[in-house]
Design a protein around this ligand. Structure first.
Ligand code: INI
Length: 157
């Protein structure tokens, strides 16, 4: 059986981060976790670009633009949508999830969903914690794995 697996080797890979400013006290921790995952796994800090957007609702458009640019092996969306803080949680959470998936499928570039959607601020804090419980860290690892497995599959075709 032939198995394709993306190794966690980020050397030479380039990543675009789209970061929502909304709930920045949480999102900044996701950015730190994500950068940590990328750099620990061999990505050069010079190969990481970051674009800020006002809120998670705006993430998808910027993620798509980054993915279309051809400059990145993967794009990572980082944001926090907290139900307790918004009456339109479903609209914002739904738009960003759908938009990120569409951007990825339509460009062929992995766009990783590092947006946390929680009921409470406490849950959001938990998911933006130290390395193992930081969803930004997880998103960084997922981005490297996806970039690598897609280039393996490309080589086959
Ligand atoms: N944006 C978020 O990223 N998280 C939220 O919890 C949130 N709340 O609570 O409303 C939020 N709203 C802003 C939204 O993403 C847009 O920036 C805004 O509606 C302008 O289009």
């Amino acid at each position: 059986m032939k198995v394709h697996e993306g190794k966690l080797d980020g050397s030479g890979l380039r990543f675009g981060l789209v970061v929502s400013r909304y709930n920045d006290f949480i999102v900044n921790r996701l950015v730190d976790g994500c950068r940590d995952a990328l750099v620990r796994n061999g990505v050069s800090d010079d190969d990481i670009e970051l674009a800020y957007v006002p809120g998670s609702f705006e993430i998808a458009l910027a993620a798509r633009k980054m993915a279309e640019s051809g400059r990145f092996d993967a794009v990572i969306a980082l944001g926090a949508v907290i139900r307790g803080a918004t009456a339109h949680f479903e609209y914002v959470a739904g738009q960003v999830a759908r938009g990120v998936a569409t951007a990825s499928m339509e460009t062929g570039v992995p766009v990783i969903f590092g947006v946390i959607t929680t009921e409470t601020i406490e849950q959001a804090i938990e998911r933006a914690g130290t390395r193992l419980t930081n969803r930004g860290f997880e998103a960084g690892q997922a981005a490297i794995e996806m970039a690598r497995v897609l280039s393996e599959l490309d080589e086959e075709s």
